[in-house]
Design a protein around this ligand. Structure first.
Ligand code: BGC
Length: 379
């Protein structure tokens, strides 16, 4: 009898150990497959899954986040980012779906800046300005990718060398962007860069979200909070005028949760210029280096996105230029406001605004920036 009890105890112990080990294995995982090829370079698709089943698929073409599957308040998983099923869709993606944007995210006026007395001419790919790095920005580069896994999550380290003169920018720029999906449901982006000549650098991530699920209508019912008292108003080419304007008593005040669509059609010069929201907000700082910049809640599904950053600004873009000409995943047609982006960044056109926080990186210095997307569910 005694023997039977202890044999039973050993069996229970073995089952527990096996279950624990299996549980540990299930905590997070990483898969790599071939996505296609770009100009002879093979391009891969990585699937990162965390302990709660949150799944990010990303490719080394442009560092693009191809899909992001999140649970809703009932545990239903949906892909909440706009994009394409296949690599082909991304090759000439004018919307920058999911990509790393650089060397200079956002616009530089008249595609021109002067640095240390030298004038640099860039591509006017958003006439008369340059936008998101020019004709072939970092979103179209084939990056080197190195997957990693640690006790807290899984991730990818993307590296790219942007050659001196690429897209008109000075200096060989070594760029490293680390994506980490943690078991605390956070997706963190760590950006680093060094240069051998002074150059402007402004890196961001250009994922478009629809927290109800991509292709499921517009995002005007999403409730947005922005931790910003001021924004940078723009001229008719979407270049900041230089003013830091208070959001008080304007449709730009998102200091309390407000539906994106609540005031988007108000008669307002800035909304007319942007065809909706397409503006940089000045993140209110409370002493944390990683500050909450934005929070978005989708009332039907309960999904919440929080955006934390070390950057001084965040571009809130309400998908104004999506006009139904892009057919994305599963044949979904992306119409106006079907997605929004929160692009953490230095202010647009900083190289031509000495009063804005500087974007100039010099030899011997290190560019460092961190942004974190945190995913939650509100019942
Ligand atoms: C810009 C928009 C632009 C979009 C796609 C956003 O970051 O602010 O003006 O249309 O990217 O290029």
């Amino acid at each position: 009898m005694k023997l039977a009890i202890s044999a039973f105890a050993v069996l229970v112990l073995v089952i527990c150990c096996v279950a624990f080990a299996a549980g540990a294995d299930r905590s997070h995982s990483m898969k790599k497959e071939i996505f296609g090829a770009v100009q002879g370079s093979s391009v891969d698709l990585y699937t990162l899954t965390n302990a709660h089943g949150i799944e990010v698929r990303a490719t080394n073409f442009g560092g693009i986040i191809v899909s992001l599957r999140l649970p809703d308040k009932n545990g239903r998983m949906d892909d909440v980012v706009l994009g394409f099923d296949k690599l082909d869709g991304y090759l000439d993606n004018k919307a920058y779906f999911g990509a790393i944007v650089g060397r200079y995210a956002n616009r530089i006026a008249k595609a021109c800046f002067t640095l240390d007395g030298v004038q640099y001419q860039l591509a006017a790919n958003d006439p008369p300005n340059t936008l998101h790095g020019g004709n072939k920005g970092f979103n179209k580069a084939v990056w080197k990718a190195e997957p990693f896994e640690n006790s807290n999550g899984v991730g990818l380290i993307f590296t790219y060398v942007s050659k001196d003169g690429e897209e008109g920018y000075p200096g060989n720029l070594n760029v490293k962007v680390k994506y980490t999906l943690s078991d605390q449901d956070e997706l963190t982006f760590d950006y680093e860069a060094t240069t051998d000549k002074a150059t402007p650098v402004n890196l961001t991530q250009h994922t478009y979200f629809n927290l109800a699920g991509e292709g499921r209508g517009d995002i005007l019912g999403h409730e947005l909070t922005l931790n910003a008292d001021r924004f940078t108003p723009v001229d008719k080419t979407l270049i900041p005028t230089g003013e830091l304007r208070s959001v008080k008593n304007t449709p730009f005040d998102f200091s309390k949760p407000t539906k994106i669509g609540a005031r988007i059609n108000d008669k307002n010069e800035q909304l007319e210029l942007g065809h909706g929201y397409d503006h940089n907000f000045v993140v209110r700082r409370t002493g944390n280096s990683l500050e909450l910049a934005a929070r978005v809640h989708e009332p039907q599904t309960g999904r919440v996105l929080e955006v934390y950053t070390t950057e001084p600004g965040v571009q809130f873009y309400s998908g104004n230029f999506l006009d139904g000409t892009i057919t994305g995943k599963q044949g979904h047609v992306y119409k106006q406001h079907f997605g929004f982006a929160l692009e953490t960044q230095h202010f647009p056109d900083s190289p031509n605004h000495p009063d804005f926080p500087s974007t100039i990186l010099r030899p011997g210095q290190g560019y460092r920036s961190q942004t974190m997307f945190k995913f939650l569910v509100e019942k």
